[in-house]
Structure formats: C-alpha cells, structure tokens
Design a protein. Sequence first.
Length: 208
Amino acid sequence: MSGQLQYLNPQALKDKTFAVVAKAIHSIAAKNPVVLVVEDIHWADSASLALLHYVARAVRNSERVLVLATFRSEELTNDSEGYPHQLAVTLAMMRREDLFETISLPHLNPSGVTKIIESMLGGGLERSFAEKLFVESEGNPLFVVESLRMLNEQNKLIKDKNGWRLAADKLGIPSKFTGIGCSGCQYKAGSYCWGQCTFNIWKRKPDW
C-alpha cells in the first residue's frame, strides 16, 4: 500500500486519507458509541477543516457517532485583505448541507458563579466574595475556576461562621492572569473582552 501511495497526486492522497479516517471512526463506532471532540477549530488550518467537513458528512446518518466541535464566534473575522475566516467559509458550506446544529453558551450569571465557587470550596460563602469574583470574571467560568485555585494556593481564602470569604478586600488577581479566556484564547491583560463559546454538534446525534 505504501508503494502505491507515492504515485497518487495530492488530491487523490487527501481523498484517500479522509476516507481512511472516516472508515476508522465507523469501525470504532461499530463496537462502541463514539463522541469525537474537536476544540478550538477557529485555529484549524484549511486541511483540518476540510477533514472535519468530510467526517461530518460521513457520519451524518449514524446514530453511534457524535462530533462535538468548539470555537469562539468572535474570532471569525475577515483577514487583513478582507477575506473571510476559513472556518466561516467551511461553516457556510456545511450549513447548506444541514450538517450541524449550533449551541451558543452565554456567560454565567451571578447565581452560576456562586454555584461554581460553592462547589469548588465545599461550602457557603459571603455574598460580597461571589459578587467581586463575578464582576472581575464577567461570568467567564475558566476565570472563576483559575482565580479560586490561585487564591487558595496563596492562602487568600478564609472560612468562618458566615462561610468562605476573601482574606483581603480585593481579589488581587495579577494583571497577566486576567488575560486568560475561554477555550485557551488569550486576551490583553485587563481587557475582559471574553465572548461566547460556541459548540457545534455535527449531525446526526446519537440516540443513546
């Protein structure tokens, strides 16, 4: 087989590779249901997006394969020459084939931030603590989780009869830390411009 591949032109080699990947997914799914998770596809190159498109088409009628992809919708901007983002182009083509469904995830509200804190710390907390972390994070779950880890490591959390609270009036999050964003995206420190994460579920969804 390897000897035959060297005589294939680039397009034929790509088609054969895509077919092998799809066949492998179907083969695994024949034994156990498959959930294929692909994160941050706004960073994917055109070849990877083409493969994702091919796989989505190949599994569209399967009830044993679910493809879940994540991306940041605000990243889908035109380039410096005015050309659309390659993911936006791919999604447009896939949308015409009805290959996926989109679920947009908004930021957490104050109640959601409070629940994360209580779950991680294992108890109640002062209301002002949750309010401060909500304001700083703007409801970004990753920021909330990483902030709590940092505060705990630096012994800046105290538990008393009223629940967990900050040892000081301010969170004291370093400026370089405030640049983290969802799905591994990076932002300038202090900009707090996190947007929505978007999940795309490529059809067909498994009936498990």
